[in-house]
Design a protein around this ligand. Structure first.
Ligand code: C2E
Ligand code: MG
Ligand code: MG
Ligand code: MG
Length: 282
């Protein structure tokens, strides 16, 4: 009987695996379609000085409004895109759309804004990101300093070859490089010495329980100290409460993003948000 149960169990297990494989294939073809049909959107989340709420820039976050599934979260479709080889096209589209948006905003009376764009580590292996960035900056008449690329520690593990050369080329151009989800990647820290990184982002998993969990506070404090010691900007992610803002400031972190200041919003809402702040400075 136990044997029988075991067999059923593994059959269920296989059935659910098949289902998730089916599900992945569906998601993959629907994502391809959405990309080519122009259904993907950029949203923007402000990045601010924690002390006085000065706006320092915005992070570009990809959004997929699916006609049936609703908003599919990036944590769900980005890994699928990475597995099926669609990530290059996807991230290339995001970069172009972000640059176009910067130009459109400049023409609409919001010049010189800064955008941070997430780029999958895989793209640096398969594609010439530096050349594409150069081309897009030129095409849209932008300064390199208006653009920051957010990459994860995964990329830093490979300290030779194509990715490394591209990071150096981007730095030489004047594009800023930021290490996203810092502290969650189990990688050595020595790359910070060798690669032209100018910002690290304190992962929101360290920020969430900052005021109740002494371990998280210790880890956040350690990350902030590393940043200060190496003269890097430290940006806290996921700042949701006033208490977190104060604790971060006390620990020496000066920049943050989070729902406390602004949720990710579409381009029109972002422009409105920026203009309303111009009129009523904090
Ligand atoms: P990330 O780059 O670390 O982005 C931060 C995530 O935190 C975003 O999730 C953002 O919406 C969310 N967030 C912002 N403020 C708060 C807050 O106060 N509380 C909480 N709980 N969350 C907050 P999102 O938009 O779902 O994106 C998830 C991840 O998907 C991103 O993490 C990034 O790794 C990836 N991603 C998004 N857009 C792109 C893209 O264009 N290309 C690539 N390769 N990856 C992307
Ligand atoms: Mg990011
Ligand atoms: Mg992050
Ligand atoms: Mg994160």
């Amino acid at each position: 009987e136990a044997k029988q149960a075991g067999r059923n169990c593994s059959r269920y297990f296989l059935a659910s695996m098949n289902q998730s494989l089916d599900e992945r294939l569906n998601l993959e073809s629907e994502l391809r379609q959405a990309l080519s049909a122009g259904q993907l959107q950029l949203h923007f989340q402000p990045k601010l000085a924690l002390a006085d709420a000065r706006v320092l820039g915005m992070e570009v976050l990809l959004r997929w409004p699916h006609p049936v599934r609703g908003w599919v979260p990036p944590d769900r479709f980005i890994p699928v895109a990475e597995e099926c080889g669609l990530i290059n096209a996807l991230d290339a589209w995001v970069l172009e759309a972000a640059c176009r948006q910067l130009r459109d905003w400049a023409e609409a009376g919001l010049p010189g804004l800064q955008l941070s764009v997430n780029v999958s580590a895989l793209r640096f292996v398969q594609d010439d990101v530096a050349a594409h960035v150069q081309q897009q900056l030129q095409r849209h008449g932008l300064q390199a300093s208006q653009l920051t690329l957010e990459i994860t520690e995964r990329l830093m593990l490979d300290e030779r070859g194509r990715p490394h050369e591209q990071l150096l080329a981007l730095d030489a151009m004047g594009v800023r490089l930021s290490v996203d989800d810092f502290g969650t990647g189990y990688s050595s820290l020595s790359y910070l010495k060798r690669l032209p990184v100018s910002e690290i982002k304190l992962d929101k998993s360290f920020v969430r329980d900052l005021d109740s969990d002494p371990d998280d506070r210790a880890l956040a404090s350690a990350v902030i100290s590393i940043g200060q010691a190496l003269d890097l900007s430290v940006v806290a992610e996921g700042v949701e409460t006033e208490a977190q803002r104060e604790t971060l400031l006390r620990l020496g972190c000066r920049i943050g993003q989070g729902w406390l200041f602004g949720r990710p919003m579409d381009a029109q809402a972002m422009a409105q948000w920026l203009r309303s702040r111009e009129r009523a400075p904090a």
